[in-house]
Design a protein around this ligand. Sequence first.
Ligand code: ARG
Length: 579
Amino acid sequence: MACFFRSRIAAKLGRTLQQSEDAFIPALSAIPVFKKQQTADFKLSISTLRISGILPSSGDIQLQTEDLATRLKQDSVVEDISAGCGVINFKVNRKLLVQKMLEPFGKEEDVKFGLTSELFNTLKRGTTLVEYSSPNIAKKFHAGHLRSTIIGNFIANLKQSLGNNVIRMNYLGDWGMQFGLLGAGFGQFGCQEKLKQNPLQHLFEVYVQVNKEAEHNEDMKQAARDFFRQLEQHESEAVSLWQQFREITVDEYQHIYKRLGVHFDIYSGESFHQDQAQEVVQQLQSQGLLKTSEKGTGVVDLSPAGDMSSVCTVLRSDGTTLYITRDLAAAIDRKAKYHFDEMIYVTDKSQENHFHQLFHILLAMGHSWADRCKHVPFGLVRGMKTRSGEVVFLEDVLDEARARMLHNMSQSKTTKEMDNTEDTAEKVGISALIVQDFKGPLLSDYTFDWDRMLQAQGDTGVFLQYTHARLCSLIRRNESAKAAIFDPSLLFDKTSITILQHLLRYDEVLYQSAQDLQPKHLVNFLLKLCHLIASAHRELPVKGSSQVVAQARLRLFSGACSVLANGMRILGITPVDKM
Ligand code: ARG
C-alpha cells in the first residue's frame, strides 16, 4: 500500500537525519503521473524540510538536496535515489510495488485501500456534525439547495471514511412568517386531498397564491400575522396544522433524498429553537453584549473598536427573534446534545457574512468551540432548467437527469440488455450532476449544461460510470481466471506501472480533500484513473492472453475498479455494474 512505501522512506530519512520519521511524512509525496513518464515514484521536498526546521534554512538549497541524496542509501525497498531540482526522487522496487499495491485486492472482503494511511494521523478524529441541504418548507428547492445537499453529503462521506463519527443534519426552514401566510391561506386555497397526493407541489402552490392575495388584501395580511402569533404562542390548532405541513414535507423529502443517495440522521429546523433563541437574547443581555440600536432593535456590536460601526441584529423591535438568533441557539443546543468536535455548515456564498457573525458572537459569548465551526461556501449555478421550464422541486432535476440519460442510453449501441434500465439511468444521471458540480473550486459559479455533463466521453460522471461498468463486466466475464495468487513480474510494463503509481496518490488526494473540503481533488484523480484504465483496456488485453498473464492483469483491473468504486462512493455516486 501507499503507506508502506511512505513510511519506509520516512524511516530511512529519520535514521539518516536522526529525527522522528513522522516529521518527514508531510514532505513526501507520490509523483503525479501526468508529469512526463517518470521512473521515480515519490519525491521529498527539501524546502518543506527547511520550513519545518528539519534542515537549516540558510545555504544553497541545491547543494543541500544533493548532499542529502548521497547520504541516503538504497535498500531492498527503495532501489534508486536521485537528486532533482530541490527535491529528492525515490524509486521503489518494482516487484514490491506491484505486490504491496495489489495484494489486498485478492481477498474477498471489502478493501480499505488508502483509507488507513498514516497521513490521516494528523487530522483530528472525533465527532463531526455536518449540516447540509436545509431547504425551506413550502418554498422553492433551488440550485443552491441541490449544491448544499451533494457537497454536504460528500463532506460527511469523506469524514466518515477517514474514521470520524459523523452526524448528518438537515436544518429545515420550518419557521417564520411564511407559515403565517401558509396557515392563513390554507383554509382558502388548500385541499387536504391534494396535500396528501403531492405535498410539496401543493404547499408551494398555496404559498404562491397566498402571497399574491396578500399583496392587495389587508385582511389576508392580518390573518397571516394572527396565525403566526398563534404559532409562536403554541396554540394547538395552529400548531397541529403546521406540524402536518412539516411532517408531510419531511416524508416526501426523505423519499427524494433516497433517490439521490443521501440521508440524514436528524431533521432539525429553525422551529426547534424559537424558545431557546429568547434565552440566548437573555444571555447576551446578562453578559453585557446586547445593545439597543437607534431603531430600537437588539444588536451585538461586532466592530473592533467597539463603536457600533458594525453590528448584528439579534432582536426585532417587536421582540421577535431572527434567523441568526435561532442559529445561535441551534449551535449552542447542538454542542450540548451531540458534543461535536467540529461542525460544518454548507450553504451558498451569500451567507458567508451570516456565518462569520454567528461564529464571532458565539466566541464573544465564551463558546471557544466556535473556533471549530466552519462554513463551506459555494458559488451560484446559472441556468438550471428542465424541458418544462424552471426547476421548483428537487424531483424535477432528478426526473430530468433520468429522462435524458434514458434517451442517451437508448441511442447508444453499447447499452446492454438490463432489467433495471430506469434505475441505472437515474444513477448515471445523478453522477453526471455531481461530477459537473465538483470539478472546479466550490466557490466558483458555473453554468448548468445538461448536454455537456451527460457526454459519455470527456470528463463527466457518465465516463466514471461507464469505466466502472466496463471493469465489472471484464471481471464478470473472466471469473474463472480469477486467482488467489499472481506473478507481479507480469505487470512491469509501463501501462501497469503508471496505474499503480497513480494509485499511490489516493491517500494524499483524500488528505487534500479533507484539508480544504474541496471535492475537485478526488474527482480529478478518478477521472485521470479512468483515462489510464481506458489505455489499459487497449494495451493489456485479458482475452487471448495466457492464463498467468490474464490472472495478473485481472488483479490490476480489480484493484483499479475497487479504488474507483470507493472514490465514487465518497463523492456520493452509486457505481453501476452494467450500463
Ligand atoms: N434554510 C436556509 C436557506 O434556504 C439555509 C439554512 C442554512 N443553515 C443554517 N444553519 N443557517 O437559505
